[in-house]
Design a protein around this ligand. Structure first.
Ligand code: NDP
Length: 333
């Protein structure tokens, strides 16, 4: 049974590859260049069960066609994870909305044309569920049934809004495809994903977008303003990877699996840093604008946790493992 993982170089995808290889699946990853595929293959110890195909830019709706023409019949499961996950742009259509939407449409159309795929899992996001404008409002509760109200036109005010909307439009396109074709679809909708990089050598001064929240706090000084002062929810990357496997190993057809293990805010992360890594000396005071611990909107994902039926990693463990890896790399642990 071969599993295709798109965007195999990604922070989350590398942990998914790890889980798949440990469970002995044949894995095909898409990467943007031969060099990236070669590096990853070597990092995993050059297993014969792992191979890569080049898909340069998912904004091109035909980008997946050569891969499916060549190997479509081998692929039983598709985990579509490739999508821009950053806020470094002011061209929201070109860099966020179009690649997210076209990437999803492109892989699904290639499946329809050339594949014999039994199951599709799309990595969506809590961003497709929540209403970002009200995300700090602790009186609100969202569930797996909710949708971000963003529109294509109104979301283009800033990169965060455009990113959130990109996840909504891509996910909606996947559900429409599933309805039209009958292909079994499950989506994975994680909140902020924290956790260590799969390979220590990939720790650099700038981490992936979500882990940058923790990285910024590690490198902050006493008295620094917490900006932005997040009030959201977290899940560990290793649990997100595991959920991708459960999504096709169990019958989860039609589910939007909401992944969250509860709230975090900057102060709760700082509390863990101060307790576990006192050498960092970054204690933040409770002055206004700093260390605000009021809860944000709640993501009630009890249904998804029942479906997944495995225990999630605690915030303490998740933050500890993330920070320890960074400090080791910097020679401070
Ligand atoms: P990364 O940025 O680490 O990974 C993104 C992946 O997509 C990389 O493999 C990247 O390739 C690929 N990619 C991006 N744009 C293109 C493009 N135009 N053409 C081809 N490939 C492209 O992100 P994460 O691992 O954090 O996220 C993975 C998925 O999970 C995304 O769909 C994201 O939206 C979703 N998600 C992430 C959350 C988080 O907190 N991290 C929370 C909720 C959802 P390359 O490495 O070559 O750039």
């Amino acid at each position: 049974m071969a599993v295709l993982v798109t965007g195999a170089t990604g922070f989350i995808a590398q942990w998914v590859l790890d889980c798949l290889l440990k469970e002995n699946y044949q894995v095909i990853g898409t990467v943007r260049s031969q060099e990236k595929g070669d590096k990853l293959h070597k990092q995993f110890g050059s297993p014969s069960k792992l191979s890569f195909e080049i898909v340069k830019d998912i904004s091109d709706t035909e980008a997946f066609e050569p891969l499916f023409k060549k190997r479509g019949k081998e692929i039983d499961i598709v985990l579509h994870m490739a999508s821009p996950c950053h806020f470094n742009t002011s061209d929201y259509e070109k860099d966020l909305l179009i690649p997210a939407l076209n990437g999803t449409k492109g892989v699904l159309n290639a499946i329809k044309k050339y594949g014999d795929v039994k199951k599709v899992v799309v990595t969506s996001s809590y961003a497709a569920i929540t209403d970002m404008v009200n995300s700090a409002d602790g009186s609100l509760v969202f569930t797996e049934k909710d949708w971000n109200p963003a529109t294509w036109e109104r979301c283009q005010t800033d990169a965060v809004n455009a990113y959130c909307a990109s996840k909504k439009f891509a996910e909606q396109a996947a559900w429409e495809f599933s309805k039209e074709t009958g292909v079994s679809l499950t989506t994975i909708n994680p909140v902020f994903v924290f956790g260590p990089q799969k390979f220590d050598e990939d720790v650099t001064s700038q981490l992936n977008t979500s882990n940058e929240i923790i990285n910024g706090l590690i490198h902050s000084k006493p008295g620094d303003k917490l900006e932005p002062d997040y009030h959201s929810a977290y899940v560990d990357v290793r649990d997100v990877a595991r959920a991708h496997l459960v999504a096709f190993q169990k019958d989860t057809t039609g589910e939007r699996l909401g992944l969250s293990n509860g709230a975090f805010n900057c102060q709760s992360i700082l509390d863990i840093l101060n307790e576990k890594f006192p050498q960092l000396d970054i204690t933040k005071g409770p002055e206004p604008g700093m260390g605000d611990t009021k809860p944000g909107a709640v993501f009630d994902n009890r249904h998804s946790k029942e479906v997944l039926a495995f225990p999630f990693i605690s915030l303490e463990q998740c933050v500890y493992d993330t920070v320890a890896q960074v400090l080791k790399k910097e020679g401070r642990l």
